[in-house]
Design a protein around this ligand. Structure first.
Ligand SMILES: Cc1cc2nc3c(=O)[nH]c(=O)nc-3n(C[C@H](O)[C@H](O)[C@H](O)COP(=O)(O)OP(=O)(O)OC[C@H]3O[C@@H](n4cnc5c(N)ncnc54)[C@H](O)[C@@H]3O)c2cc1C
Length: 452
């Protein structure tokens, strides 16, 4: 038998630590911890919790997850913009859910936090001591009239779907001239930079084919600027200008006529503008999933209402949330999740130890967005989503606002391997890499500090 060698060998050995989970035959009446969703956040938190709990308690962690498949969504940008194989963005859920936890292969239907229970779509009920909600975002393609009828056809595609991500590359290849439009809605989206990353990659592909001169590119965003963090926004505005991509801010896609090849936008003040297109890349409006929106856990806009530092629910102390479905007001990325997970694990452990007063670990708002800009270069935008200050990992002279090839290599080949091999075994802490971050505590104002 061949022995694995080098980097590839190291990765395949490390993956042996990962799981081969099988769903439970029928769920137990109660678990110590119930995690809703086995995506990036659910699996990160489960695998890190397992490292803190004795083995005898691992089966007391339930992951409630109906899907057979686990997606590494950041890959979809490279499927659409570099023509990579979308099959590489997916693994069977059984290989990602850690062995030893109880996988309840059903959807959660409703939350009953007053009785510490949830109802399953199949009709059962599960009680818990602690609940962690990690059900991701819902892509609402149907909210833009005409979009559902035309997505995947008529030059319309999106990297915000496993299914249509490969269509983006097909459309890039098929477009030789005309008008290309890339959209960004005004709602929360996963990875705020991805709607423009795909524009840069398309620009690059069209330049390589020698057709760029014949294609006009517009980036239409409902937001007031093209990127949230000012340090990187300024650099990205320059890049957009250099690439002759025209930004249109406060310009929201509201309707698509696929066969007529017309997209309708609403500008600030309600004015409607029709734009013809040959190529249309749509980032759909997104929201928390409906079953969360309609639950007692939701805030006024539908996300799980948690403290922005402790990730603990504002009303139900034994409920936590992180990742895309949480109300944490930072950019919704896996990078952010890798900083949120250890915080949630610390605070959940405090609850399980019956020391709720110790559930004070605090998340600082860290997030990151690796912006592919074409030409095998990438800007590694790391910032605090709460203060919008840049939080670069690398010291000068390396300037993270300047795209470079080293960062591109990390995104193109390394991040994906790290995700599949180390995230499911609780060994990846994002910015801190393999090292568990020290706990920072929430500062609770005392009578003295609040009156000062
Ligand atoms: C195109 C694209 C590019 C991206 N690029 C980057 C990037 O470069 N860097 C980065 O850090 N992040 C990036 N992201 C964002 C990142 O992928 C997400 O932030 C991350 O996957 C969110 O994890 P999550 O666990 O919150 O949600 P998900 O990973 O979406 O998981 C949610 C899980 O909940 C399950 N679920 C849903 N409903 C129910 C229910 N009723 N009951 C039980 N389970 C349910 C789903 O089946 C799913 O498995 C990108 C995302 C996209 C789409």
């Amino acid at each position: 038998m061949m022995r694995p060698r080098g980097v590839r060998g190291f990765f395949s050995l490390s993956r042996l630590l990962g799981g081969h989970a099988t769903p439970v035959q029928s769920p137990a009446a109660k678990y110590r911890v119930a995690i809703i969703g086995g995506g990036s956040a659910g699996v990160s938190v489960a695998s890190q919790l397992m490292k803190k709990l004795p083995k005898s308690l691992h089966s007391e962690i339930a992951i409630i997850e109906p899907s057979d498949k686990h997606f590494y969504q950041p890959y979809w940008t490279m499927v659409g913009g570099l023509g990579l194989d979308k099959e590489k963005s997916v693994l069977p859920m059984s290989k990602v859910i850690p062995t030893g936890v109880s996988w309840v292969k059903e959807g959660c239907a409703t939350f009953e936090p007053d009785s510490n229970s949830i109802s399953l779509k199949g009709g059962g009920k599960v009680e818990y001591d602690v609940l962690i909600v990690t059900a991701g975002l819902q892509q609402n393609f149907g909210l833009v009239p005409g979009l559902m009828d035309t997505i995947g056809k008529n030059g319309v595609s999106s990297i915000y779907s496993y299914e249509y991500s490969s269509k983006v590359w097909e459309n890039i290849e098929a477009t030789k001239q005309g008008k290309a439009i890339f959209t960004n809605p005004g709602t929360a989206v996963n990875c705020g930079g991805a709607p423009q990353k795909i524009a840069y990659l398309a620009d690059c592909a069209w330049r390589q084919k020698g057709v760029r001169e014949k294609i006009e590119i517009d980036f239409c965003t409902a937001t007031p600027g093209i990127f949230a963090c000012p340090t990187y926004r300024a650099a990205l505005e320059k890049i957009m200008a250099e690439k002759s991509i025209t930004p249109h801010v406060k310009t929201n896609l509201v309707e698509v006529d696929g066969p007529g090849k017309v997209a309708i936008f609403e500008k600030e003040g309600g004015e409607r503008v029709k734009k013809e297109f040959d190529f249309l890349h749509v980032t759909p409006p997104m929201s928390a999933p409906d079953f969360i929106k309609n639950s007692p856990l939701a805030n006024s806009i539908g996300f799980v209402d948690v403290d922005k530092e402790t990730c603990q629910h504002t009303q139900f102390a034994n409920v936590f949330s992180l990742g895309d479905c949480s109300s944490l007001p930072t950019s919704k990325t896996y990078s952010a999740i890798s900083s949120q997970a250890p915080v949630v694990v610390h605070n959940v452990m405090a609850m399980l130890d019956s020391k709720p007063q110790n559930a004070t670990a605090a998340y600082d708002g860290y997030t990151a967005c690796p912006v592919l800009v074409g030409g095998n270069k990438l800007m590694l935008a790391e910032f605090n989503g709460y203060t919008m200050d840049a939080m670069p990992t690398f010291a000068p002279p390396l300037d993270q606002a300047k795209p470079n090839t080293l960062f591109y290599i990390m995104k193109r080949w390394i991040f994906e391997q790290v995700y599949w091999h180390f995230m499911p075994v609780g060994m990846w802490y994002g910015k801190r890499m393999f090292f568990e971050p020290p706990v920072k505590h929430k500062v609770v104002p005392t009578a003295a500090t609040s009156s000062a």
